[in-house]
Design a protein around this ligand. Structure first.
Ligand SMILES: N[C@@H](CCC[C@H](N)C(=O)O)C(=O)O
Length: 282
């Protein structure tokens, strides 16, 4: 059966969104890789599969697959996209809850189209990152080239944030993959390089686990703000400036939850050719 898809993005972090709420869909790693490939398939930073909610209180379940076929527990930019999509279906209902394998994420679509998602609590214990062995997540004994001593944060997925004098100058394409696969991170890690450029403003570039360099990463922006607060570099609310645009992130004092606000967009919709998922995968 032909499958329709939506191509959405948050700040250029782009997604193929497949609706499996009525007709179930399970992709193998090889199918995910070909679908996400920008030449052999549609192309995207993540594949998002919408499924019926699994928990009371959730409006939709969102499965997140990276272009290498691996599954992730969080994707902040896609969560905003999905929230906006489901809110549009709800005829005027602007508050809803998106479920992922990491938990329930309440979201609000504002009148100006921006979407805020409560990404849940920042998890900071070494076991929660997870790390291979006990360590202080404020500053890990991990490094490669000019990058050292990252702060580790789990936002439903693992992140290592390296603060540097000039994020633009870092050769992320070289150091990102080495750090993603560092033995300290048994589930690999998303790698951020960040520079505080003004009070309340942080420049961040990202190497995403299973995806490589992307224009933006919502969970990475959340991890960066949490890391900056923990290091005493910013207050609890800041703008995180990525290649594709800016997210406003707040680490709420009352409950430790991280709130992410930013735009969403739909680029186009289409239909997958049946041969794409059934044929041989390169
Ligand atoms: N683009 C995302 C994160 C996607 C998942 C990540 N690559 C991982 O493997 O954890 C975001 O906006 O958060």
């Amino acid at each position: 059966m032909a499958r329709r898809f939506l191509k959405m993005h948050g700040l250029g972090n782009d997604f193929v969104v497949l609706d499996a709420r009525d007709t179930p869909l399970s992709l193998t790693g090889a199918q995910a890789r070909v679908l996400a490939d920008r030449r052999f398939g549609v192309g995207c930073d993540q594949i998002i599969i919408l499924e019926p909610p699994q928990s009371a209180g959730a409006d939709v379940f969102m499965r997140i697959l990276n272009p290498d076929g691996s599954e992730s527990g969080a994707c902040g930019n896609a969560t905003r996209c999905v929230a906006s999509l489901v809110a549009a279906e709800g005829m005027g209902r602007d508050r809803l809850t998106v479920e992922t394998i990491s938990g329930l994420l309440p979201a609000v679509r504002h009148a100006d189209g921006l979407v805020t998602v409560d990404m849940g609590p920042a998890r900071l214990d070494w076991r929660q990152i997870p790390l291979a062995e006990p360590a202080d997540t404020l500053s890990l004994d991990v490094g490669a080239g000019p990058l050292s001593a990252p702060c580790a944060v789990n936002m439903g997925n693992p992140h290592a944030v390296f603060f540097v004098d000039d994020a633009e100058a870092v050769d992320l394409a070289s150091w990102g993959p080495r750090l993603e696969h560092h033995t300290a991170f048994p589930q690999r890690a998303n790698i951020e390089v960040a520079t505080v450029v003004a009070p309340g403003r942080v420049r961040m570039r990202v190497w995403e686990r299973g995806a490589g360099i992307t224009l933006a990463c919502g969970s990475g922006a959340c991890a960066t703000l949490v890391a900056a607060v923990r290091r005493g570099l910013t207050g609890r609310r800041a703008e995180i400036v990525m290649d594709g645009g800016v997210l406003t992130i707040e680490w709420r004092e009352s409950d430790g939850h991280v709130l992410m606000t930013g735009p969403v967009a739909t680029a186009f919709s289409g239909e997958l050719d049946e041969s794409l998922l059934s044929g041989p995968c390169p």
